[in-house]
Design a protein around this ligand. Structure first.
Ligand code: PXG
Length: 465
């Protein structure tokens, strides 16, 4: 198949017509995009036949790995049976109803915070737009229309639509979209490596970082705040894993002021952290959960919101018509693929594997990398991991961001058959949950090699001694 792809021709079409997301168009056109042509298990291949270990599960989504015929078969069968029908006008379809019930059964039952309902979309961004709509509607219905403010976090990522990008705290995105939209504000992230005080313990830092939420609530006026949204572990922000003390303190604060808690689990759900839903790991109780990506392992777009009973009850019993939804809400093919994907995850016990086997194994092996002269610290949580590149190991001094050392490292990874993502000077991975121990060993070996090459390049360029 590779031999039939004319790389230059595809690159020319790509440059001429395809505007890529989050890309400097001109810069990409000057070099030409790498053409990915096929994938199997935890590897992808480019049009030149180069085999690459995918340390990122595509974009945090291919949890069951590539090449699952079962998922293609599920889509094929459903396309022949009922490829599309809407769910607007008092109609439903079999996979959408079945999947909603199944997702509800996967979330733990905790009273008002149980999740018996699902609102479907096609992406994480859309789902977070839906969250904004539902949260504001909820408070309107409860006679508190002044509760409009939603608090997110700096360096959080909640998508790329106007609401999604506003909820997120990415300065570069805000700058280009005249964002955030009104009534969205942000607190600092719980990034211990960067934000700790001299001598402060991780657990003390966690409590202090959660306190920024209370300070913001009081600044905005407690009766004006509708919700707090956060990722259990920040993904796109660079795998920022909060201290264990952070989430319990956040829970205490949202409970104290009665505000809704949105857990954006677009990356963290479906086994990524060793649980079906990540809030279970950190022991908090959200009112709404955003999901997308791994619900179908990325084989087809699907997203949605798990709506907790606290919110669902009000929207259902008091709400009348909810004026919001998408053409593809409850898409039968996407839902059928999600069902087949969950079948695989259950049959192969992928969630348990991450929690009890490959998660701890990755943590052990990844920790070895902390000894590397270029690495300031490493962190793992379930099947995500991150490390920070430093100029001086002893003092933890960082590189000048303009040097783009992360990008340098990423280029060595690409060149040596490894996909590892750079976020500033953090290098991060989120591999498929099907990885074997041998593949984890291969991954660690490649990371070590690419760090060595990056170190050599920084020394050769005089960027460190
Ligand atoms: N919430 C979270 C937590 C995400 O990680 C979204 C919402 C938006 O989902 P959609 O499906 O609309 O993209 C995401 C998406 C990166 C990267 O560079 C991460 C995402 C998307 C694109 C790039 O790490 N996450």
């Amino acid at each position: 198949m590779n031999s039939t792809v004319d790389t230059k021709r595809i690159q020319a079409l790509d440059s001429a017509h395809f505007l890529h997301p989050f890309t400097d168009f001109k810069d990409l056109n000057s070099r030409g995009a790498r053409v990915i042509t096929k994938a199997q298990d935890v590897y992808v291949w480019d049009s030149e036949g180069k085999k690459i270990l995918d340390g990122m599960s595509g974009l945090w989504c291919v949890n069951v790995g590539y090449g699952r015929k079962e998922l293609a078969d599920a889509a094929h069968r459903q396309m022949l049976e009922l490829p599309y029908y809407n769910s607007f006008f008092q109609t439903t379809n079999v996979p959408a109803a079945q999947l909603a019930a199944r997702l509800a059964s996967l979330a733990p039952k905790v009273g008002d915070r149980s999740f018996d309902h699902v609102f479907y979309s096609s992406s994480g961004s859309e789902s977070n737009d839906s969250n904004v709509r539902m949260v504001r509607r909820y408070w309107d219905l409860l006679g508190q229309p002044q509760r409009k403010v939603i608090i997110g976090r700096v360096n959080g990522y909640h998508g790329s639509t106007m609401a999604g990008a506003s909820l997120g705290g990415m300065g570069g995105m805000h700058a280009q979209g005249d964002l955030p939209i009104p009534n969205i504000t942000h607190i600092e992230q719980p990034y211990y490596f960067e934000k700790r005080l001299p001598g402060e313990s991780e657990s003390d830092f966690g409590v202090r970082a959660a306190g920024w939420l209370e300070a913001k609530i009081l600044e905005m006026g407690a009766d004006k705040v509708a919700a707090f949204i956060a990722e259990p572990v920040q993904g796109a922000g660079g795998v920022i894993i909060p201290p264990d003390t952070y989430w319990p303190e956040i829970q205490r604060i949202v409970d104290k002021y009665g505000i809704l808690l949105i857990s954006d689990e677009v990356i963290c759900a479906f086994g990524r952290l060793g649980h079906w839903f990540a809030y279970e790991k950190f022991g908090y109780k959200p009112d709404l959960i955003t999901f997308a990506k791994a619900v179908t392992s990325g084989y087809i777009p699907l997203g949605g919101v798990m709506v907790g009973n606290r919110v669902a009850k009000v929207l259902i019993e008091q709400g009348g018509e909810f004026n919001h939804g998408y053409t593809y809400s409850g898409h039968p093919v996407a839902c059928a693929v999600a069902m087949a994907n969950l079948d695989i995850m259950e049959r192969e016990n992928l969630v348990g594997r991450v929690r009890d086997d490959i998660g701890p194994y990755l943590a052990r092996r990844f920790e070895e990398i902390a000894a590397h002269p270029l690495v300031g610290s490493t962190q793992t949580c379930g099947f995500v991991a991150g490390l920070v590149l430093v100029k001086d190991k002893a003092s933890g001094e960082r590189f000048d961001p303009d040097l783009a050392v992360g990008m340098m490292c990423r280029a060595h990874c690409f060149g040596n058959g490894l996909i590892m993502r750079a976020v500033g000077d953090r290098m991060i991975i989120a591999p498929p949950l099907t990885m074997t121990h041998a593949q984890i060993d291969e991954l660690i070996g490649l990371i070590q090699k690419c760090l060595d090459l990056t170190l050599a390049e920084t020394i050769a360029k005089g960027l460190r001694v």
